[in-house]
Design a protein around this ligand. Structure first.
Ligand code: PEP
Length: 623
């Protein structure tokens, strides 16, 4: 409630100021004149009015939309505190007739203004002390669109209104207003028009009625102060006057300047039209331009022009017959402001809703993934590290993970010679241990080979099988790998089974086919129970050790395909449960993005597993 009251009040008072900056400038000048400041009612006052109006308008926008809440509510509270002090002083001293809060759109008594400001101050203080209770209508991300639009709108409106005339006329002299009726005391006339007063500067004779009661059209050139009036449009004024003289149309000028000012004007412009005396404030209300032009017909204001768009003589005939343009301007202007804003708010809400929905789905999937599948980061040391170096590396990793617990399963797969000693220095709760290979034979005369049972006897729990390097350099066929898998499973080893296409196969678009064949060739004879001890590692061969990573999208696409292939063969549950790791130039810098994909459950890491900092960086991608 406080948000809406304060926000819309600022919006409204800012709006009337930017819609009629010159009106506000006159009101500001009334203050400076009271304080005796030597500032003329001109450029500086206009700048002040525009700045004030735009600032108020923007604060209103921020508060209504709940944007920049801390700054906006604090600023609003400061402004309201200052305004309340000012209006209390105005109430006590009565220095100006109208405080100018709402321009000419709404005139309040000093007492009403003070009461309004006290209420607003309380509401503003509440908002400033509880900024987070201000409801956001637009997300933080898209808030700038509304801010920029509102700023452009306010500045454009202010500058247009200054250059021409206010797009909305809040003065009593708006087109359609009947001065005649007001002077006759008619109840349905704007009572403010009763101040309309024009006199003969020589004799002081009241000529207001003569102008207001005239039948047909009358032009009234309004020049509040001749000394500061723009005389760049003299020719056009004189043309208009000549036209009026030719067509027997009354043409007067009204000014508040004294005889010197009037004489000076005649000298500067060659004015031949009659000049009447009027009160400065009233002239400023008649038209927001110096000079400006008023067309009356039968005492009714029909049209108004600023010095920047005075009518040409050509086409004037039609203008004389036209009906007063009473507007619709206010609604048009409000529509131009609120409709685009509303559109942004709705689009933003849809966008946020969509994001929230996606986030919700993501969280659901992520939770599911956590529950169903293990997240794993496995290292493949390949043929690197002496025994001592390997033990030291394992020890260092163990220490790092003891100090900072991982959020996933960690496995290091080492050359055979490291297995037993490394098993002695790692905490198996923190770091799993695996071999990089095992024999396809149970035991016997196979010089140089290491069986699955021997691997298991070191304390290792995992074994990598089917790595592309073994397929390529040691000619391990799907059949050989099938034997190895069976033996590994028989010896209670978890198998990290690698699959992946070479570059030519990807370029030929055959990656799915290749990967499927690798799965079929070595794993499809397993039972579902046996398959539950398989971890798959998708390693595009073109990305291994090359620094060329598959994009997260490429990885996700292939992982989804693999999971589907498993689902088709072993059923949905097996597919949901199997962890599928990505391998190939995985680094701390890209791991997070790749692991964020729905079907990626971790990584098989080569080069980066040889340095604890890098390997740990990848493990931390799960945090
Ligand atoms: C690997 O050999 O399994 C591997 C993924 O290597 P790298 O991370 O060095 O590309």
């Amino acid at each position: 409630m406080a948000q809406l009251v304060v926000g819309f009040t600022f919006l409204a008072s800012g709006f009337v100021k930017v819609a009629d900056p010159m009106g506000m400038a006159h009101k500001l000048h009334a203050y400076t004149a009271y304080w005796g400041l030597p500032v003329s009612d001109g450029f500086l006052m206009e700048v002040g009015a525009v700045v004030m109006g735009v600032a108020e308008f923007m604060l209103g926008v921020y508060v209504v939309l709940g944007a920049r809440r801390r700054m906006a509510t604090a600023a609003v509270a400061v402004v309201m505190a200052a305004m309340t002090v000012l209006t209390a002083w105005i109430y006590a001293v009565n220095p100006v007739p109208d405080c100018g809060c709402f321009g000419d759109a709404l005139t309040l008594t000093h007492g009403e203004t003070l009461a309004k400001n006290v209420v607003l101050l309380l509401a503003a203080l509440y908002l400033a002390t509880h900024p987070l209770r201000v409801k956001r209508m637009v997300s933080e991300r898209n808030g700038w669109i509304t801010s920029v639009y509102a700023l452009v709108y306010a500045i454009t409106l202010a500058l247009y209104s200054l250059h021409y005339l206010p797009l909305i006329d809040f003065t009593p002299y708006a087109p359609g207003a009947s001065i005649r009726k007001a002077l006759e005391g008619s109840a349905d006339a704007d009572q403010r028009l009763a101040n309309f007063y024009l006199a003969d500067p020589q004799g002081g004779e009241d000529l207001s009625y003569q102008v207001a009661e005239a039948q047909g059209c009358v032009f009234l050139l309004v020049v509040p102060q001749t000394e500061v009036a723009d005389d760049g449009c003299n020719d056009r004024i004189n043309d208009l006057y000549d036209y009026c003289a030719d067509h027997s149309l009354p043409f007067y000028m009204a000014t508040a300047s004294d005889s010197t000012g009037r004489a000076d004007w005649c000298d500067r412009t060659g004015a031949a039209y009659p000049i009447l005396q009027a009160e400065d404030t009233e002239l400023q209300a008649m038209v927001r331009s110096n000079p400006g032009l008023l067309l009356l017909r039968d005492g009714v204001v029909v049209a108004k022009w600023s010095n920047n768009n005075l009518p040409e003589v050509e086409g004037l005939e039609a203008r004389l017959q036209a009906l007063p343009d009473k507007g619709g301007a206010l609604w048009r202007l409000l529509a131009w402001f609120f409709l685009p804003l509303l559109l942004v708010v709705v689009a933003d809400a849809l966008w946020i809703g969509h994001k929230f929905y996606r986030h919700h789905i993501y969280v659901k999937q992520f939770k599911l993934k956590r529950i169903m599948r293990k997240k794993i980061v496995a290292g493949n040391w390949k043929m690197n590290k002496t025994l001592q170096e390997g033990v030291a590396l394992a020890q260092e990793l163990n220490e790092a993970l003891t100090a900072d617990k991982p959020n996933c399963d960690v496995v290091i797969c080492t050359p055979f010679i490291h297995l037993a000693p490394v098993a002695g220095v790692i905490n198996p709760e923190l770091v799993g241990l695996g071999a990089e290979n095992c024999a396809d034979k149970v035991s016997g005369a196979y010089t140089g080979e290491v069986s699955a049972a021997m691997v298991r006897s070191t304390g290792a729990t995992h074994v990598i099988l089917g790595h592309s390097e073994r397929r390529a350099y040691y000619h391990e066929t799907p059949e050989i790998l099938k034997e190895k898998v069976n033996l590994a499973l028989e010896n209670n080893l978890e198998v990290i089974f690698c699959i992946g296409e070479v570059l030519e196969e990807r370029e030929a678009g055959k990656q799915n086919e290749v990967v499927k064949a690798q799965l079929e060739g070595s794993l499809f004879d397993l039972t579902a129970e046996q398959f539950s001890h398989i971890i798959l590692a998708y390693e595009p061969v073109w990305a291994i050790g090359t620094g060329k990573t598959a994009t997260a999208e490429q990885a996700e696409e292939m992982h989804a395909f693999i999971r589907q292939t498993i689902a088709d063969k072993f059923g949905a549950e097996a597919a949901e449960n199997v962890s599928i790791l990505y391998g190939g130039s995985c680094k701390p810098s890209n791991a997070k993005e790749i692991f964020s994909k729905e079907n990626v459950d971790g990584g098989l890491i080569g080069g980066a597993a040889l340095k604890v900092a890098d390997f740990k960086g990848i493990i931390d991608a799960w945090k």
